[in-house]
Design a protein around this ligand. Structure first.
Ligand code: FMN
Ligand code: MN
Length: 490
């Protein structure tokens, strides 16, 4: 496999060549106007094109948005022709090694390809384009970056696709996660890492030691690195290994100028600084993918000590709001990628769908190959115990004959198969911080719906009715006849 994109610029070129990018020359305001344009584009068939706003009002830096906002672009970003192929490559790797591999010697055979694992780890280099410009002290001015105010009632401007890099103080293992950042002033942002996320765990460890934590924030990098920042890898797994695997070559890293962290050498913009875990301030409101404004809640402040960037950087961002939007395609890439890994732990799991209306954490539809009574409950509880899936508010379990991606087929199974008193069950536990419906932050109830066909041992003493299906011979006969019937091809 030839190495994938080294930088965001190479990805932009590829999108442009593929007819997947529109440049907008007219001056457009990052305050609300970019959102309104992008939202309309996201709602077009297949997610519309990526947009490069060349003249955002008030800044010299162009804005790239909706870059991952279609199945095709997501596949290009992951270095494959389709999401399914990319997902298979990653899931083969993850499941072959039960997570990311811990040793990097040798080769593994994935999808018929021999992959050299020694090419995956990041490499240190002495200099890189992300440090062509270095701004410290009074030169640090976040207001020169075209950060969007997405929605009218947002608390201000938010950096929406930052790769937040921190280190576990115990192990030194790096983490890179996408957590939105509200800009407070020229040198301060809020850090919206939700309670259970890896960055927040690092911060909590430092709070207990009464220490500040160094943080580097990468804005804009090669697409494999950006995707890896969103992927729900287990705690302690280095996202840059996944990026290196996806790219087919290790990510080159440079040492930051003012903090003891490393960042991709080919990044566009880097903010260096620290989070003081005791410096908690109100964050939000922010219009999120739940379709509502998340309420004001306390999060720590991030103090910027240095900004480094390319001579001609591009500001990579996204917007979230009522679906479908760009994050839908990232979520679908994750759904496909992690299915085989989940199947290792839940062997009866046939397929799963994170429906876009469930915004990833609020609903999962799972189909299972049911072999014994109450198996749907076992599957729901397994989901409630696994990584970020544990936040799922509603788990719907259907038989394997139901196509989980066909919401109408799922609704037919749910509405008709359930006896509500018997088949609905509730549990309590941690929920997504964005779940505004739970009575308190981060904790609430969850619903399981067992819409599978019922067995005697499940208290169903009648005979479960058979599904209607036309026989094969009749189907074949009608196929042959169809052309003579004067009916359109269905
Ligand atoms: C556009 C976008 C914005 C996101 N914003 C946040 C956020 O503000 N806070 C958060 O905790 N997770 C956010 N996420 C989800 C995390 O990036 C995701 O859960 C990731 O796996 C976290 O990495 P970690 O497990 O290393 O903490 C966002 C994801 C996307 C795609
Ligand atoms: Mn992580």
């Amino acid at each position: 496999m030839k190495p994938g994109f080294k930088s965001l610029g190479e990805f932009v070129d590829a999108l442009e060549k593929a007819g997947e990018l529109v440049r907008i020359e007219k001056e457009i305001d990052p305050v609300l106007e970019i959102t309104e344009i992008t939202d309309r584009v996201s709602k077009m068939k297949d997610g519309g094109p990526a947009l490069l706003f060349e003249h955002p009002k008030g800044s010299k830096i162009p804005v790239l948005i909706n870059a991952f906002g279609s199945y095709k672009r997501m596949a290009i970003a992951m270095g494959s022709d389709t999401i399914e192929v990319a997902a298979r490559r990653i899931s083969d790797l993850l499941s072959a090694s039960h997570g990311l591999p811990s040793t990097f010697s040798g080769k593994v055979k994935l999808l018929g390809q021999l992959v050299d694992l020694s090419r995956i780890p990041p490499k240190r280099v002495s200099s890189g384009p992300c440090q062509e410009i270095v701004l410290k002290g009074g030169d640090v001015k976040l207001s020169e970056i075209p950060v969007l105010q997405c929605w009218p009632k947002d608390a201000g401007r938010f950096i929406t696709l930052p790769l937040v890099c921190t280190k576990d103080p115990d192990t030194g293992i790096r983490n890179m996660g996408v957590y939105r950042m509200q800009v407070v002033d020229d040198k301060t942002c809020m850090m919206h890492w939700q309670t259970q996320k890896d960055g927040a765990i690092h911060s909590e460890k430092m709070r207990r030691r009464q220490k500040k934590m160094e943080v580097a924030v990468v804005i804009g990098a090669d697409p494999a690195t950006v995707f890896s920042g969103v992927a729900p890898l287990p705690y302690g797994a280095d996202e840059l290994l996944l990026a290196g695997f996806l790219r087919g070559a290790g990510i080159e890293l440079v040492k930051c100028k003012t903090v003891d962290l490393e960042v991709p050498a080919e990044a566009e913009i880097v903010l260096e600084g620290y989070v003081d875990p005791e410096d908690m301030r109100p964050e939000g409101p922010f219009g999120d993918h739940t379709g509502v404004y998340t309420p004001i809640e306390p999060f720590p402040a991030f103090h910027v000590t240095c900004v480094t960037m390319r001579k001609k950087p591009v500001y990579l961002t996204t917007i979230v709001g009522k679906p479908p939007m760009e994050d839908l395609y990232m979520g679908k890439a994750i759904e496909r990628t992690f299915l085989p890994l989940l199947q290792k732990q839940i062997p009866e799991l046939v397929d799963m769908n994170f429906p876009m209306e469930g915004t990833f954490n609020n609903a999962v539809i799972a189909s299972i190959d049911k072999a014994y009574p109450h198996q749907a409950k076992k599957v729901a509880h397994a989901i409630w115990g696994l990584g970020q899936l544990s936040f799922t508010k509603v788990v719907v379990v259907v038989d394997k004959s139901v196509n989980v991606h066909d919401i109408s087929a799922v609704a037919l199974a749910v509405f008709n198969n359930i006896d509500p008193k018997r088949d609905l069950f509730f549990v309590d536990g941690p929920v997504d911080t964005l779940n505004h419906a739970s009575p308190q932050r981060d904790y609430g109830s969850k619903l399981g719906i067992d819409a599978t066909s019922k067995l005697k041992e499940e208290g169903y003493t009648r005979v479960w009715p058979e599904e209607i299906e036309m026989d094969g011979a009749t189907k074949k006969k009608v196929d042959a006849l169809w052309g003579d019937l004067g009916l359109p091809r269905g």
